[in-house]
Design a protein around this ligand. Structure first.
Ligand code: ADP
Length: 398
């Protein structure tokens, strides 16, 4: 038995979940938010209880100190020695990592060298790692990469049609993201495909950030996000794929710089940008019900872009055995699942139990009817448990 902490450090937040392994029992979870502020927020849930306080959290080290203090104070652990290993989510593993890796100096250096590919994320992950290292210097630390699962793509799936010297010299290519989630979903999805020799799965991780992945025999063959998580389908605030000349044209029209427009593509586009209502699908859905024309367009655009990718991946996989819906919208918004199915049904012969779908939120279920040509399932994702599993595996090897 071992206690393993799964950590997701962002630029101003640090999420954590402590597991008892190998049982995968969650001992506590929580988040330190507003790191860098006098009025930081530290919240923790354990054994059916929860606590939240506003305290100064000036840096990540302070967030980790608060976490350790809370673990002992709440009686979740008696001493720090009980924590056997810490797994850190790392968004960008570039070309270096096709699986999770023990944190060594080399791992750290490589993550650092990848900062230009994920400036906000990788930098914050390293800050988080170093903060834990200070307080738990001897613990097994593992890096779990969002990009690792996508490293099985073939060059024709990840190379961009740009001068090849740029691909080589700057490692400018598709890396994808949400790989830990897609891997989890594809493993969980297998239970719906007994006897299928070469399972073909299209997993739709549709949250605020969203991506779709084509998986064959348990390996990623194609994924919608690109060099960064800006690519692919339309998201809460991100554009997804665009004709690259949109950047050039809009910079000329508005007088904004490339950097400013890039921020707009990341933070002010997608559901928010088109609807003018919100980046949250719940607000957009409500506005649709009220007859707001831009919300109606947003809704249709969002659904169509997802359907287009499902169609593309159906071809890429030579058919499909299972479509999985997951993440914030995929798990909790039955109306979007229904609209996506309605959009792909005429071509792909997919059919779901509409009543069951309408009633389901956040709970795993097979949604398709026996008549459906492709099975459809709702599977809640769990990236943290994947981090804990990989981290525990390294702990056992040590
Ligand atoms: P991320 O991890 O990328 O931040 P999530 O997977 O948590 O995103 O998804 C968040 C989004 O999911 C919200 O912005 C909202 O659009 C949608 N969402 C969350 N809960 C619900 C719900 N109960 N009903 C409908 N949509 C929801």
């Amino acid at each position: 038995m071992a206690k393993v902490m799964a950590v997701n450090a962002g630029s101003s937040s640090l999420k954590f979940k402590l597991y008892e392994m190998p049982e995968e029992k969650v001992l506590c979870s929580g988040i330190a938010e507003r790191i860098g502020h006098e009025d930081g927020i530290f919240g923790i849930k354990w054994a059916g209880q929860q606590d939240k306080k506003v305290v100064p959290i000036l840096d990540h080290a302070e967030a980790v100190r608060l976490l350790v203090e809370a673990l002992i104070e709440k009686g979740i652990i008696k001493s720090m020695d009980e924590i056997s290993a810490v797994g850190h989510r790392i968004v960008q593993g570039g070309k270096y990592f096709s699986k999770s890796e023990l944190f060594t100096k080399d791992t750290e250096d490589k993550i650092e060298s990848l900062i230009p590919l994920a400036p906000l994320h990788n930098k914050a992950h390293l800050v988080g790692f170093r903060a834990f290292k200070k307080i738990l210097p001897d613990v097994t630390s593992v890096a779990v990469f969002d990009t690792a699962f996508h490293q099985t793509m073939e060059p024709e799936d990840y190379v961009f049609p740009i001068p090849y010297e740029y691909t080589e010299k700057y490692d400018c290519r598709r890396y994808g993201a949400h790989g830990t989630s897609h891997k989890y979903l594809s493993e969980m999805g297998l239970k719906y495909l007994p006897g299928v020799e070469h399972p073909r799965i299209i997993s739709c991780h549709i949250g605020s950030g969203a991506s779709i992945t084509a998986i064959k025999d348990g390996a990623c063959v194609a994924t919608s996000m690109g060099l960064t998580p800006l690519g692919g389908i339309m998201m809460g605030t991100r554009t997804g794929d665009l004709d690259p000349s949109v950047m050039n044209y809009l910079c000329k029209c508005t007088g904004k710089s490339v950097e400013e427009m890039y921020q707009i593509f990341n933070k002010e586009s997608g559901l928010l940008g088109v609807s003018g209502v919100s980046n949250d699908s719940r607000d957009v859905s409500q506005a649709v019900k009220e007859g707001n024309p831009r919300a109606i367009l947003t809704d249709k655009l969002f659904v169509r872009r997802i359907a287009d990718f499902i169609g593309q991946y159906f071809v890429r996989l030579g058919g499909a055995d299972l479509i999985i819906f997951s993440a914030g919208i995929g798990e909790n918004a039955p109306e979007y699942r229904q609209k996506i199915i309605d959009e792909i049904a005429p071509a792909l012969g997919v059919e779901i139990d509409e009543e069951l779908n309408a009633s389901l939120r956040g709970k795993e279920a097979l949604l398709s009817t026996p008549n459906s040509k492709i099975k459809v399932a709702l599977i809640p994702t769990d990236e943290e448990v994947m981090i804990a599993r990989d981290t525990y595996a390294y702990y056992l090897k040590k």
